[in-house]
Design a binder for this molecule. Structure first.
Ligand code: URA
Length: 234
């Protein structure tokens, strides 16, 4: 947003007067005096007028992204791999992912700048159930499926009961829908490993009642007000 608009939106003065303040050296952005008109500021920048900080109400935004394989959910990567925020090309707010998805996993990822909601959703006491579609190697016998349902040891941790549905059973691999309510590191892959199967492809298709639906890979959309209310009321 233009600096003069930012100053005007803070309620301090008009845009025209804001231009005068800027030209007269009365405005600092992130601690530095700015005298050029027309510079852009981000919602999180620090803007001071005559030594007093001004602010505009920070708008909370909520998005759902269909993360492609190959993108990392951290905000920087030491291996220089692409990061999920690169995909939100039209979003000026500093959003961050709610939780994580492995680099090799695709699918639903919530992104927001609402730290309170993100913290709530990531806290184990509010952990919402997540649904994954997994392509796994081998034949999944009823015995293995029941073990997954009851809970398996993934290395020092016994998973909670899960919902498991075989969508398609082939000879050498099958498609499974699995719903879990915890978010341990690489949990789905480790659960299948515990019953002797290997995950060949993994996609998160839903978080609670929020569904990826037809959102294409690499695309994102704003959550509807109803979806935001649903998350806030969890
Ligand atoms: N389980 C996994 O194994 N990977 C993910 O990204 C999410 C859940």
């Amino acid at each position: 947003m233009r600096l003069n608009k930012y100053i005007a939106q803070s309620g301090l003065t008009s845009r025209r007067k804001a231009d005068e303040l800027i030209e007269n050296g009365n405005v600092k952005v992130n601690g530095r005096v700015v005298t050029e008109l027309g510079i852009d500021v981000q919602p999180d920048d620090t803007v001071e007028v005559n030594g007093s900080r001004i602010s505009i109400e920070r708008r909370m935004v909520y998005y759902m992204l269909n993360k492609p394989v190959g993108y990392v959910t951290t905000l920087s990567d030491e291996k220089d791999r692409p990061i999920v925020t690169d995909l939100l090309t039209d979003v000026s707010e500093r959003v961050f992912p709610v939780g994580r998805l492995d680099v090799g996993t695709s699918g639903l990822l919530l992104m927001t700048n609402d730290g309170d909601l993100a913290n709530k959703l990531m806290h184990p006491s509010h952990e919402i159930y997540k649904t994954y579609r997994a392509e796994v190697s081998g034949f999944l016998s009823d015995e293995r499926i029941n073990r997954l349902r009851k809970g398996v040891d993934i290395g020092g941790f016994i998973t909670s009961p899960a919902k498991v549905k075989v969508v398609r059973q082939g000879k050498s691999h099958c498609t499974v829908e699995i719903q879990i309510c915890e978010g341990k590191y690489r949990q789905v892959r480790r659960m299948f490993k515990a019953v002797g199967s290997r995950v060949l492809a993994l996609q998160r298709v839903a978080e609670g009642e929020l569904y990826l639906g037809r959102l294409m890979e690499g695309h994102y959309r704003k959550l509807t007000p109803e979806e935001v209310t649903y998350l806030k009321n969890l």
